[in-house]
Write a protein that binds this ligand. Structure first.
Ligand code: Z5A
Length: 229
């Protein structure tokens, strides 16, 4: 089990650039875990609480002019609320929390993308999360161009960050890969340029192996759709 003494569940994050398939995968993983009998809390950033949802609409509003640090504080305020009101209580109840984005997104987007100081970002992230880091992070790696094509095929609505230049998204993706190298024990990189079924299968395999190691004789992870068979 994780070392944090007040924590009994497991904390898993799904990270990656725009259109990497995080939401699709997070939902599929949650469904497989629920089918296997786990208590699962599926959540996301920015959002997951009333304050977080308000801050999400502010920080993604393309008509709002924000400095890079103003943008960062909004993400951090949303995270502080998310950790204290959703993630920690769920972990204390023994649930498996799956968050679609978390602290690594701030390092990748505001650090590698915007160019803000990484050490300072780590410190403020640490304050916002009260030191709570994921036990496992699945990093969906997809070329920025492919990810942006996916999201732009889905919607034409604009957002402050998704609309940034391709070069920005490439820096973000390179940042995520560097973070994975720095935290190789926690972050597992999954090739997400493949068909969604293959991405899900690779992620499920990783998750099963990880749960076997962490949770011993817990129910594990069901095959997709096995509850219906
Ligand atoms: N942000 C930040 O800067 N700092 C922070 O600290 C945090 C966030 C926490 C959140 O916006 C923005 O905030 C985000 C980072 C920034 N901005 N950007 N860019 P969001 O939550 O609205 O956006 P997102 O997190 O990038 O989600 P997304 O655009 O919805 O992408 P996704 O969740 O990775 O993908 P998806 O919704 O699962 O799939 C996108 C489409 O592709 C959809 O039509 C799927 O059916 C399709 N899809 C999924 N997988 C595949 C595969 N494998 N092949 C083909 N098509 C696929």
């Amino acid at each position: 089990m994780p070392a944090d003494p007040i924590k009994r569940g497991a904390f898993i994050t799904v990270e990656g650039g725009d259109g990497a398939g995080k939401t699709t995968l997070a939902r599929a993983l949650a469904a497989c875990l629920v089918d296997a009998g786990h208590q699962v809390r599926l959540t996301f950033e920015p959002g997951g609480t009333e304050l977080g949802n308000h801050l999400r609409s502010l920080v993604l509003n393309p008509d709002l002019d924000l400095s890079d640090w103003e943008e960062t504080w909004l993400f951090l305020a949303a995270r502080a609320s998310h950790v204290s009101k959703v993630i920690r209580p769920a972990l204390q109840d023994g649930e498996i929390v799956i968050s679609d984005r978390y602290a690594d997104s701030t390092l990748a987007y505001q650090g590698f993308g915007r160019g803000l100081d990484l050490d300072r970002l780590r410190r403020v992230n640490d304050e916002a999360t009260q030191g709570l880091m994921p036990d496992l992070t699945l990093l969906l790696d997809v070329p920025a161009k492919v990810g942006l094509q996916r999201t732009r095929a889905r919607t034409s609505s604009r957002d402050r960050i998704g609309d940034a230049a391709l070069a920005f998204h490439e820096q973000v993706n390179a940042g995520f890969r560097e973070l994975a190298n720095l935290s190789a024990g926690r972050v597992i990189v999954i090739d997400a340029a493949r068909d969604a079924t293959l991405v899900r299968a690779a992620a499920l395999k990783t998750l099963r192996e990880w749960l076997d190691r962490q949770l011993g004789d817990s129910p594990g992870v069901a095959e997709p759709g096995s509850a219906d068979q």
